[in-house]
Design a protein around this ligand. Structure first.
Ligand code: HEC
Length: 176
């Protein structure tokens, strides 16, 4: 009798562990799927603004090594700038990969001389987005209130950044 109770006990322990394992695995899988979709907003201004609003990029993304978080900017981007690179962009720059691959994103906050945020400008390479004039970049500019001022294949952005097209349209870093 004692023997069969202990067998039942062991059986239940194993069953519980197995069930727990299934529940945990399912939980992790859905978490992963969520993280991956959060990593890649669509090629659309509103989706990118929303993504950046929840990405906490000011605290979790990197500045360039050796560059102050807030530095004196060049025209036309404002008096003080802060530039952030997501992991995909930063890796390509560190590896001197030649260009930024799909998923790469660079975000620049443009401040007025008194330190108020004037606008946020973004360059993003959405997977599958075609922009032959700017090597796949999607440009975006939005105000502190989140209102979009320009997005997509923006001619003004493309023309000026075209001065550095050999460097994948990036001014402030060498990607080669
Ligand atoms: C008249 C030229 C000019 C125009 C127009 C322009 N930019 Fe820039 N942009 C620059 C320069 C110069 C820098 C480097 C500034 C610095 O880091 O000091 C820069 C930097 C950036 C960066 C950081 C990555 C990099 O290249 O260093 C982003 C992102 C950016 N611009 C987005 C935009 C967007 C979006 C637009 C259009 C709404 C735009 N820019 C229009 C000249 C321009």
């Amino acid at each position: 009798m004692r023997c069969s109770w202990s067998f039942l006990g062991r059986f239940l322990t194993v069953l519980t562990a197995a069930l727990l394992g299934v529940v945990l695995a399912a939980g992790c899988a859905s978490q992963e799927a969520e993280d991956m979709s959060a990593e890649a907003p669509a090629a659309e201004g509103a989706a990118i603004v929303e993504y950046l609003g929840s990405a906490d990029f000011q605290n979790t993304w990197q500045h360039l090594p050796g560059v102050e978080p807030l530095y004196t900017g060049q025209d036309p981007h404002g008096a003080l700038l802060s530039t952030y690179f997501n992991a995909i962009a930063l890796k390509a720059i560190e590896d001197k990969a030649g260009s930024i691959p799909a998923g790469g994103m660079v975000v620049k906050e443009n401040f007025m001389p008194d330190g108020t945020l004037a606008a946020t400008t973004v360059m993003y390479k959405p997977a599958g987005f075609e922009n032959a004039d700017a090597n796949g970049w999607f440009f975006l500019k939005y105000g502190p209130d989140g209102v979009i001022e320009a997005e997509g294949k923006v001619q003004g952005c493309t023309e000026c950044h075209g001065d550095v097209q050999d460097n994948d349209f990036l001014f402030s870093v060498d990607v080669k």
